[in-house]
Design a protein around this ligand. Sequence first.
Ligand SMILES: Cc1cc2nc3c(=O)[nH]c(=O)nc-3n(C[C@H](O)[C@H](O)[C@H](O)COP(=O)(O)OP(=O)(O)OC[C@H]3O[C@@H](n4cnc5c(N)ncnc54)[C@H](O)[C@@H]3O)c2cc1C
Length: 389
Amino acid sequence: MSQQTPRETSEYVVIGAGLAGSAAAWKLAQRGYEVTLLERTTPANATSSSHGSARIFRYAYPEPFYADLVKQAKSGWDELESIVGTQLINPVGAVDYGPTRDPRNLANILEQVGIEHELLGAAEARERFAGIAFDTEVLWQPGAGVIDAEASVLAMVAQAKKHGARVENNWPVKSIESTATGYRIHAEDGRTQDCAKVVVAAGGWLPRLLGNLSLPSGFVSGIPSFEVFQEQAFHFPYADSVPESMGAWPTYIHKAAEFQSYGLPGGRDADFRGQKVAEYKGGRIMKDASEQDGVVSAANRERVINYVKTFLPGLIPVPYAETTCIFTSTPTEDFILDETNGITIMSPCSGHGAKFAPLLGDLAADLATGAAGVPQVFRPGSRAASLLV
Ligand SMILES: Cc1cc2nc3c(=O)[nH]c(=O)nc-3n(C[C@H](O)[C@H](O)[C@H](O)COP(=O)(O)OP(=O)(O)OC[C@H]3O[C@@H](n4cnc5c(N)ncnc54)[C@H](O)[C@@H]3O)c2cc1C
């Protein structure tokens, strides 16, 4: 008799345990659905976009839409922190400045949305944050901070499990096949898993997977092409090692035509003694995350060191640690959160998705279960498919 491959079943399968997938699994399981979370390696693994201890949580966006979404996301973070009893966002505040960041416009938007903020002159800001050489007016947001990405993923996975979800590590999905009752998920090693509905949250691996998901071609044609960057970040020590001044560093976003940079206290990854600094979209572009090699470019390191010398006099311009991370960007930097025939696609990255994680988990659960809709801007596949009807 031939041996049967063991086959599991589940109401919902979520693919990928980064910030997006773990949030979706948590929210689906919390609503009482049967969930299996399939992860290629382990949650928040070092090759994903959700590893490490530092992502910026900020309200400042040039459109009220996203600023308001952050406001909504904050209640999800408060809920998660209170359930797990751990601080996941360190509220250090944020400064936004630079000729092309337009702090005054950001301040107007935060005013509209009802978020506490202050517009400071450059000299006034230098007095408050002596480590930064501000070159324009500055938007200060006291409610911003640093998200511990890895701790957040682990907390959401733990919550999903607490509500009955099954989590399968080392389960790389190869393809999804449509069946009479839903879908059969195939692993690269031949294992299978049956389910009624699927949420795909594969981060930078999505471009590679998209053609193997049994999605209608009209839907796929609407999904914009992704740019997958291997970003690089460097940890620089604080020049002043007095604990109070080390704790006083905010997160920052500095935009000028020739260089866009962001930085934040690096937390655990940086041994709590330095600022993580990066050039925005300074990394090489790949077809998908499987092409990453984790190698930091010497030219990028040099550019960031020169930036620190000019604009961050409160740091010693010699990095003591460095890392790479994957940005999966759409042309407009809007997220994809779309659904067709029981398959929900989540691509909430474009380098700014971490701060929305609990909210995106709720929105994905709404969409996947049909409980509610999501903003149309997140649904380009459905829009394209409807035009073909
Ligand atoms: C350098 C950097 C800085 C950032 N800074 C900020 C910031 O300051 N503020 C902010 O809000 N956001 C920031 N972001 C964005 C944020 O980190 C991402 O939005 C978020 O981590 C994306 O999570 P994800 O779950 O979509 O992807 P990922 O974290 O990559 O998760 C995808 C998961 O799917 C798994 N997977 C892939 N393929 C398969 C498969 N076939 N089968 C099973 N599992 C699979 C992967 O192993 C991975 O665990 C930053 C990102 C980077 C890289």
